[in-house]
Design a protein around this ligand. Structure first.
Ligand code: AGP
Length: 611
C-alpha cells in the first residue's frame, strides 16, 4: 500500500506534492520520490526512508510558474526499499508513480528485456513506463490522433492486477495521464485556477480543493489545466461526478472510521486480496520471492513468533500438517531463544512478524541462522531487521498497521501461511490438482468472508454493553479455532484491559470449568465445518453450569445467552476468517464502551524491540 500525489497548475508543485506525501506517510514510508516537469525538463529526486530525507534532498529545487509533478511514498511489495526501487520510475521520456501490484509484470518484463529495454529496478512498476514507450514507438501513432493517449490506453489494457498510476511525458508538459484499477485514486479540481490535484486518499486535498472525483475501477484519462478527460475500459467518455471533500484531516486519514484499528479491520478484505495478487494462478500457488528448492532436504517446519503472530503460527501448524503433511513445531520467540533447543538442519525455521523488529523473534531467528538452518520470514515490513536476517522472505502486503492491536497483519499472515501450506503440498506432490483447485477457490472467497456485514457490526455494538464487567472471559474453540480463540482473548485483553484467556474447548472439563458461573463470560467459536458436535457439547457443559455464553456461529444453539451470526460457509477456513473479524470488532466495541484508547492501549507498543 503506497501513497501517490500529482499536481498541475501555477502554484509551487513541489511544495504541494511534498505536503501531500506527508499526509500519506501513514500509508508507507520505505522510500519516497518526486518528479517535477517544467519547460520540458524533468527534475527528479528519490530517497530511502522517511519523507524528510526527500524534502532535504529536493530543497534546492525552486518552482515558479506552470508545472506538473508526481510524487510517491512507498510500502515495499516487490523489491527492497532502495533508491533504485523508489518511485517515480522513468523511461526515455516518461515518468510514473504507481500504487498497487502488477500481477503479470514478470511476463511483460521478460518481453521488454528481450526487446532490449534496460531496467534499473526490481519493481513491477518500472515495466509500465517501458511498455508505454515501446507501444508508442511500435505503433508510430501520429500526434494528430493523440498517439500518447492511445498508447496509454493500450498500455493499461495489458496490465493485470491493481494500480492507481500517474504518468507524465517530457514533450507534454501540460498534461498528466491517470488510471485506476483496484487501488484508490482521487482527482481534485480548483475551478477558479484550473489546478488539478491527485491523491490516494482525501487528506492531501483538504484545504486545496472543495470537491473531488473518486475514480472508479477501469477509469483512465488525462488532465490539463481546467480540463479532465475520463474514459472507461470500453472507451466511453465518463461525465466527472464531483463529491464534496471532508474537511477534517485526521478523520480523512482514518477514512472516516473512529480509530485506525476500525479502519484496518475494514481494510482486511482488500489487503488479503492484495496479499494473494500474483500468487494464485489458475491451477497453483506461486511465490516470486522463493523457489521450490526452499524445501530441499527439509523434513520439519519450526514456526517462531510472538503475540498475535504466534497465534498465526499456531493456527497455520494445523494447515501444514493437514495439507502439506509436514511435521511442525511452534515456539514463542521469548521462550525459544533461551531453551538451548535441539536443532537439525532438516528443519525450515519460519519466523512470523508484522514489524520485522520484535526482539525475541529476531533473537530466535539469529539462533536458527547460527545453527545453520534454512530460514524464512513472513513479514509486513521489507528491509526490517528480520527480513535482512532471514534467507527468504514472503511479504504480507498488509500496508501500514497503525493500531497497536494487530488485525490486518493477522489476516494477511494467515493467508500467506495457508498459501504456503498448499505450495509445500504442491512441491511435495502430495496434493491432487482437484485438491489444489478446491483450496484456490476457498482462498478466492476469503476477501468476501472478511467483508464486514454492517448488521453484524451493529449487533456487536449493542451486545458489547453486556460484557463490560464480570470476572473474566473464556474464548474457546477446537482445532484451528483454538489459536483463533487465543487471538480473540488477546485482542480483548490488550484494548479493554479485561481478563480473558483462550482455551481448547475440549480442555475446559480438565479444570477451568470449575470457574463456570453467570459472571464468567464464554465466547464460543462454533464452526459448522470443524468438530461442530464436539464443540457444541462443550458449550452445553458450560451452559449447564450457568456460564454466560456468547456463541459465534452460522446457527445459534439453545444454551447460548448471546449469538453473533456469521454466514453459512462451505469450508472451515472461511468460517475462520469471518470469525476473525467478529472477534476483532467485539474487542474493539467493548474497549470503546470502556472509553479506552483503542489505537494506543496502555503499557503497549506497536513493535516490541526490547526483551
Ligand atoms: C498483537 O495485537 C500485539 N500488538 C502484539 O502481540 C504483537 O502481535 C507482537 O508484539 C508481535 O509483533 P510482530 O508481529 O511485529 O513481531
Amino acid at each position: 500500500m503506497c501513497g501517490i500525489v500529482g499536481y498541475l497548475g501555477f502554484s509551487d508543485s513541489k511544495k504541494i506534492i511534498l505536503n501531500g506525501l506527508k499526509e500519506l506517510e501513514y500509508r508507507g514510508y520505505d522510500s519516497a520520490g518526486i518528479t517535477i516537469l517544467q519547460d520540458g525538463k524533468f527534475h527528479i529526486f528519490k530517497s530511502v526512508g522517511k519523507l524528510n530525507n526527500l524534502i532535504e534532498k529536493s530543497r534546492s529545487l525552486e518552482i515558479n510558474g506552470f508545472s506538473v509533478g508526481i510524487g510517491h511514498t512507498r510500502w515495499a511489495t516487490h523489491g527492497k526499499p532502495t533508491e533504485d526501487n523508489a518511485h517515480p520510475h522513468s523511461g526515455e521520456f516518461t515518468h510514473i508513480v504507481h500504487n498497487g501490484i502488477i500481477e503479470n509484470y514478470g511476463d511483460l518484463k521478460t518481453d521488454l528485456l528481450y526487446k532490449g529495454y534496460k531496467f534499473s529496478s526490481q519493481t513491477d512498476t518500472e515495466v509500465i513506463v517501458h511498455l508505454f514507450e515501446e507501444i508508442l514507438d511500435k505503433h508510430q501513432f501520429n500526434d494528430s490522433d493523440n498517439g500518447s493517449f492511445l498508447a496509454f490506453r493500450d498500455t493499461i489494457g495489458l496490465l493485470h492486477g491493481a494500480y492507481a498510476l500517474l504518468l507524465i511525458k517530457r514533450d507534454e508538459p501540460e498534461r498528466i495521464y491517470f488510471a485506476k484499477e483496484g487501488s484508490p485514486l482521487i482527482i481534485g479540481t480548483n475551478f477558479e485556477t484550473g489546478e488539478q490535484i491527485f491523491a490516494s486518499s482525501d487528506s492531501p486535498l483538504i484545504g486545496l480543493v472543495d470537491s473531488v472525483i473518486y475514480l472508479k475501477d477501469g477509469e483512465y484519462g488525462y488532465v490539463e489545466q481546467g480540463l479532465i478527460k475520463i474514459l472507461n475500459m470500453s472507451g466511453v467518455v465518463i461525465k466527472p461526478e464531483y463529491k464534496t471533500l471532508p474537511q477534517n484531516k485526521e478523520l480523512a486519514q482514518k477514512s472516516g472510521f473512529r480509530y485506525f484499528m476500525e479502519k484496518e479491520i475494514y481494510e482486511q478484505s482488500q489487503v488479503v486480496s492484495d496479499t494473494m495478487l500474483g500468487r494464485i494462478g489458475d491451477k497453483n500457488i506461486t511465490f516470486d520471492e522463493i523457489s521450490p528448492d526452499i524445501f530441499n532436504g527439509i523434513n520439519e517446519i519450526k514456526l517462531c513468533a510472538c503475540g498475535t503472530s504466534y497465534h498465526t503460527a499456531l493456527a497455520s501448524s494445523y494447515l501444514f500438517e493437514r495439507i502439506a503433511r509436514v511435521r511442525v513445531s511452534v515456539e514463542f520467540g521469548s521462550e525459544f531463544r533461551y531453551k538451548d533447543p535441539i536443532l537439525h538442519n532438516d528443519t525450515l525455521f519460519v519466523v512470523i512478524s508484522q514489524s520485522g523488529e520484535t526482539a525475541d523473534t529476531l533473537a530466535s531467528l539469529k539462533l536458527a541462522v547460527s545453527a545453520g538452518l534454512k530460514t524464512l520470514a513472513i513479514c509486513n515490513v521489507d528491509n526490517s531487521s528480520i527480513v535482512r536476517t532471514a534467507d527468504y522472505t514472503i511479504l504480507t502486503r498488509a500496508g501500514i498497521e497503525k493500531g497497536v492491536a494487530s488485525t490486518k497483519a493477522f489476516a494477511t499472515q494467515m493467508v500467506v501461511l495457508y498459501m504456503f501450506s498448499i505450495y509445500l503440498a504442491q512441491i511435495r506432490n502430495i496434493i491432487s490438482y482437484s485438491g489444489v483447485e478446491e483450496h484456490l477457490q476457498i482462498l478466492r472467497e476469503i476477501p468476501n468472508a472478511m467483508t464486514i456485514n454492517d448488521r453484524v457490526h451493529e449487533k456487536i455494538k449493542r451486545l458489547s454493553k453486556r460484557y463490560l464487567h464480570g470476572h473474566g472471559f473464556f474464548f474457546i474453540g477446537r482445532d484451528i479455532f483454538y489459536p483463533l480463540a487465543l487471538e480473540g482473548a488477546l485482542k480483548l485483553k490488550e484494548i479493554s484491559y479485561l481478563h480473558s484467556e483462550g482455551y481448547p474447548a475440549g480442555e475446559m472439563k480438565h479444570g477451568p470449568i470449575a470457574l463456570a458461573d453467570p459472571e464468567l463470560f464464554t465466547i464460543a467459536l462454533l464452526p459448522k465445518n470443524m468438530l461442530y458436535d464436539k464443540t457444541k457439547s462443550n458449550i452445553e457443559e458450560l451452559g449447564a453450569r450457568d456460564s454466560t455464553i456468547c456463541v459465534i456461529s452460522s446457527e445459534s444453539v439453545e444454551l447460548a445467552d448471546d449469538f453473533i451470526e456469521i454466514s453459512a460457509h462451505h469450508h472451515y477456513m472461511l468460517e475462520f476468517f469471518e470469525m476473525t473479524t467478529v472477534l476483532q470488532l467485539l474487542a474493539m466495541e467493548i474497549a470503546i464502551r470502556l472509553k479506552n484508547d483503542v489505537d494506543m492501549p496502555r503499557n503497549l507498543a506497536k513493535s516490541v524491540t526490547v526483551e
